[in-house]
Design a protein. Structure first.
Length: 232
């Protein structure tokens, strides 16, 4: 019988403390995957052709293990997420579970000290985040406390000097492996425009990888999914 799909935070919450060796194969049956099968690491929307308005990528799904999320620190502009307003006046020092408030749909574990959020770990990545958007995140400690995390994107456009059809991956993730044309492939669905388009995983040089999409119509919206072959 197929197992019910559950979020990462739900699996972790039900997992025994292995300091006393209480974890059994039954406990982890839902999280075991093939060691060599492809796994989807990102999907979302991309607008490859800029004509007047620059549309940033929008994330539908991402697996945070395969990107430089910034977890364990406050993040920076070079990570998927970073804390942009850490002040939580009156919050007691400790660790909390925080959730986005009807924005971004993600959940994080956060550390608090000296009235500020000092680090975070993404538990559930959520969906629907738009690059460059700051999301309100809240937890309870002597009242509800709210801070902000900005989503920089697991997939992003390079700086203003780049070509509009180029998209980059946000570094390496927990597997310590770049997403290259050898171990990664993509599927593109032309969502809103007719016309011709081309796409492929690209090596931009100096350990920068991503994908290229070209469309012959302006502001064409494409659905993109990125798959990685584990162990390739």
């Amino acid at each position: 019988m197929a197992q019910t799909i559950r979020k990462q935070s739900e699996l972790l919450a039900n997992l025994e403390n292995n300091n006393t060796k209480n974890i059994t194969p039954e406990d982890i049956r839902d999280v075991v995957v093939s060691t060599n099968g492809p796994i989807m690491i990102w999907s979302g929307k991309a607008w490859p052709e800029k004509r007047g308005t620059l549309y940033e990528p929008e994330t539908t799904f991402m697996n945070p293990f395969y990107f430089n999320t910034g977890s364990g620190t406050s993040g920076s502009s070079s990570t998927v997420w970073h804390i942009t307003n850490a002040t939580v006046t009156g919050a007691a020092t400790g660790t909390y579970t925080a959730t986005s408030t009807a924005q971004g749909n993600f959940k994080a574990k956060v550390a608090v000290a000296n009235n500020a959020v000092t680090s975070f770990e993404i538990l559930d990545p959520g969906y629907g985040q738009k690059n460059g958007t700051a999301y309100d995140v809240e937890f309870y400690s002597n009242g509800t406390k709210t801070f902000q995390i900005t989503y920089n994107g697991a997939v992003y456009r390079p700086g203003s000097g780049g070509v509009d059809e180029d998209f980059y991956f946000r570094g390496k993730g927990g597997d310590n492996s770049y997403h290259t044309p050898v171990n990664t492939f993509m599927h593109v669905n032309n969502e809103s425009h007719r016309g011709e388009f081309a796409s492929y995983i690209k090596d931009y040089g100096s350990n920068v990888y991503g994908f290229y999409i070209q469309h012959d119509e302006e502001n064409a919206k494409t659905g993109v999914s990125i798959w990685k072959v584990i162990g390739a």
